[in-house]
Design a protein around this ligand. Structure first.
Ligand SMILES: Nc1nc2c(ncn2[C@@H]2O[C@H](COP(=O)(O)OP(=O)(O)OP(=O)(O)O)[C@@H](O)[C@H]2O)c(=O)[nH]1
Ligand SMILES: [Mg+2]
Length: 303
């Protein structure tokens, strides 16, 4: 898991040796569905399944769509008695700020896992070739002592990923070696053992809180831009204000739609001016869960 562009598909490609077609080199999000790759690992003598996920803050899909896809996959594998050996979270060491996206992703990850499965979370960093060793070391230290601290104290592990095949393979070997202590994720227990809806899970509630915070923070900006555009006569300034206005309007409307989908009645009570009777989806429709696994070497294990 990890923000869009953090190198998830690249990691899967390097560690498994499978095709690189799913790596996105453009500026827009690339992976659009949950994709499981099965390969035979010579070193451990095991068949390993690496699951690639789309990142939250995707260019085309809403965060709710992504959460739905991930939860569909997790629930379907839980029902088949499969537990994850580890959850690998990727962060770009080349990011010079801990911006909103990684922070939001990270909080969702915590809520998806819950305390029990936190010990199966491996926090790692990519793009070391884009920074000097000293800058990378300094940022990694800051991650460990600040942003990752609470997860690390609860048992998550920080694993350093230097760019390259050996490092990716080492991380996979580490996860495989600790495979015996697998735990279900909180979301799997909530939705299967406790029969909760996604909206009632901690991850669903965290997503709702993030969307609400976005709407509340940016609605005043929208009003300010609206006021400014009404008193502007300079065409180039007006054009820029209109562009900003519509960009933000689309983002706020989209966040509101997701909130309404997550909690229709609460949303109607607190945002009556935004509530709609039907919920049009402005993003791509949700795709069916990808529960199958793609063998990359043609060798499927008997189980
Ligand atoms: N320099 C450098 N580039 C990397 C590294 N890892 C990934 N990339 C590049 O970063 C870009 C995005 O990589 P992806 O693997 O598609 O990222 P992703 O997390 O799967 O992105 P989404 O599918 O959009 O969520 C690609 O151009 C990769 O080649 C790395 O360690 N160093
Ligand atoms: Mg990807």
């Amino acid at each position: 898991m990890g923000p869009t562009g953090s190198g998830k598909s690249t990691f899967v490609h390097i560690a498994s040796g499978c095709d690189a077609q799913k790596i996105g080199h453009g500026l827009t999000s690339y992976t659009t569905d949950v994709r499981a790759i099965r390969f035979f690992d010579q070193e451990s003598g095991r068949h390993i399944v690496l699951v690639d996920t789309p990142g939250f803050d995707d260019t085309y899909k809403s965060d709710l769509d992504i959460l739905n896809m991930i939860s569909d996959w997790l629930n379907s594998s839980y029902k088949r008695g499969k537990l994850l050996s580890g959850i690998l979270y990727l962060h770009r060491i080349s990011d010079n700020r801990m911006a909103g996206t990684p922070l939001k992703n990270f909080r969702l990850l915590q809520k998806l896992c819950g305390n029990d499965a936190l010990r199966k979370v491996y926090l790692t960093t990519t793009m070391w070739d884009e920074v000097t060793q000293s800058v990378g070391d300094k940022r990694l230290e800051e991650l460990k002592t600040e942003y990752w601290k609470s997860m690390l104290t609860q048992g998550a592990q920080a694993v350093c990923s230097q760019t390259g095949k050996n490092s990716a393979k080492r991380i996979v070997q580490l996860i495989v070696s600790q495979h015996a202590t697998r735990k279900p994720m909180l979301l799997q227990r909530e939705m299967n053992d406790l029969q909760k809806q996604l909206t009632e899970t901690q991850a669903g509630q965290e997503l709702y809180a993030q969307l609400k915070q976005f709407v509340e923070r940016h609605e005043p900006d929208l009003q300010r831009i609206d006021r400014e555009r009404k008193v502007t006569s300079e065409p180039s300034v007006l054009e820029e204000l209109l562009r900003d206005y519509y960009t933000l309007r689309v983002q706020i409307d989209d966040a509101s739609r997701q909130m309404q989908e997550l909690r229709p009645s609460w949303f109607r009570r607190h945002f009556p001016h935004k509530a709609q009777t039907s919920i049009p989806r402005c993003q791509t429709v949700q795709e069916p869960p990808q529960v199958g696994e793609e063998p990359c070497d043609g060798t499927l294990s008997p189980d």
